[in-house]
Structures are given as structure tokens and as C-alpha cells.
Design a protein around this ligand. Structure first.
Ligand code: SF4
Ligand code: SF4
Length: 153
């Protein structure tokens, strides 16, 4: 009959071999980390970065009509929108579209609530800063053309 001491040795060796097997397998498996910024990450198709405004293909202006639906849908109160009608236009355009990304949970309710599909998720994963201030008031109008260019808001 095997002593409990011998059994402990066999169990220990078996455990050691199992651990070594995992270690050796990992050594020859391609890693998931990248040496950013020298390398860029391969993002999954459904990756969610901060929200951004979608531009109209022909004008370059934001598709947003400043209806405020996303503001009301956001559970974290991260979005602030103001808008006006450009001269001769039937619908409003945003004069301010500000995101507090420090509070955003990337839940997507704003994207889903927009009646004109004017918001999407960016694929920007490399946001970094020494303070959170720049991310607490992101001006999303920076990325789109404005029908109010040249006018004082
Ligand atoms: S993704 Fe969610 S939390 Fe973030 S701004 Fe949109 S509604 Fe708010
Ligand atoms: S829901 Fe869409 S159209 Fe309405 S304010 Fe938000 S982004 Fe603009």
C-alpha cells in the first residue's frame, strides 16, 4: 500500500508537470499584447471607443439635428448638445456637442436612440493624458465640418 508521503510526491509532480505544460505551450503561442505606440492593435469589429459624430457624405456636416434624444437616453448624463437652424435650413445643426467621456460607460444607448444615425463609436483606443480634464469635455464637433463656420456662436 502506497504511503501518504509517496502519494503527496506523485500529486506534486503531476501538478508541476501540468503547470509546466501550460508554461511551455504559452511560450510558443503568439502574444496578444502589442508594443504601442510602435505597433497598433488589431481591434475586433465590435470595438467601442468614445462616441463620435457621423458626417453627411455630401456636405461633411454632422448628420445630427440637435434633437436631444441622445442626451435624454444617456444614463450617465455625459452628453451636452445645443443647436440652431443654419440660414435657409429646415432642420437644426449642432452648435455644441460635448461628451464627458470620464463618465461614459459605453452602453450605446445614445447610439441606439438617435433617430438619424448620427452617432457611432470611434475606434480610438489610444487615449492617454496626464489628467482627465481633456476627456471630461470632448468637443465632438471638431471632427466634422460646420454650417456655421465663420459665424460667432
Ligand atoms: S455610450 Fe452610454 S454612457 Fe456613453 S454617452 Fe452614450 S449613452 Fe451615455
Ligand atoms: S440623438 Fe442624434 S440627432 Fe439627436 S442630438 Fe443626439 S446625435 Fe443629434
Amino acid at each position: 500500500m502506497m504511503t501518504s508521503y509517496a502519494q503527496d510526491i506523485i500529486t506534486g509532480l503531476s501538478s508541476l508537470l501540468t503547470g509546466m505544460k501550460v508554461t511551455i505551450k504559452t511560450m510558443f503561442t503568439k502574444g496578444h499584447t502589442v508594443q504601442w505606440p510602435r505597433q497598433t492593435a488589431q481591434l475586433p469589429l465590435n470595438f467601442r471607443g468614445h462616441i463620435r459624430l457621423v458626417a453627411n457624405d455630401s456636405t461633411g456636416f454632422a448628420k445630427c439635428i440637435a434633437c436631444g434624444s441622445c442626451v435624454r437616453a444617456c444614463p450617465s448624463n455625459c452628453i451636452e448638445v445645443k443647436g440652431e437652424k443654419p440660414e435657409g435650413a429646415k432642420k437644426k445643426s449642432p452648435t455644441l456637442f460635448r461628451l464627458d467621456f470620464t463618465k461614459c460607460s459605453l452602453c450605446g444607448l445614445c447610439v441606439e436612440s438617435c433617430p438619424v444615425a448620427a452617432i457611432t463609436f470611434s475606434r480610438d483606443y489610444a487615449l492617454a493624458g496626464l489628467t482627465s480634464e481633456p476627456f471630461a469635455a470632448m468637443n465632438l464637433l471638431d471632427e466634422v465640418a460646420s454650417p456655421f463656420a465663420g459665424e460667432e456662436q
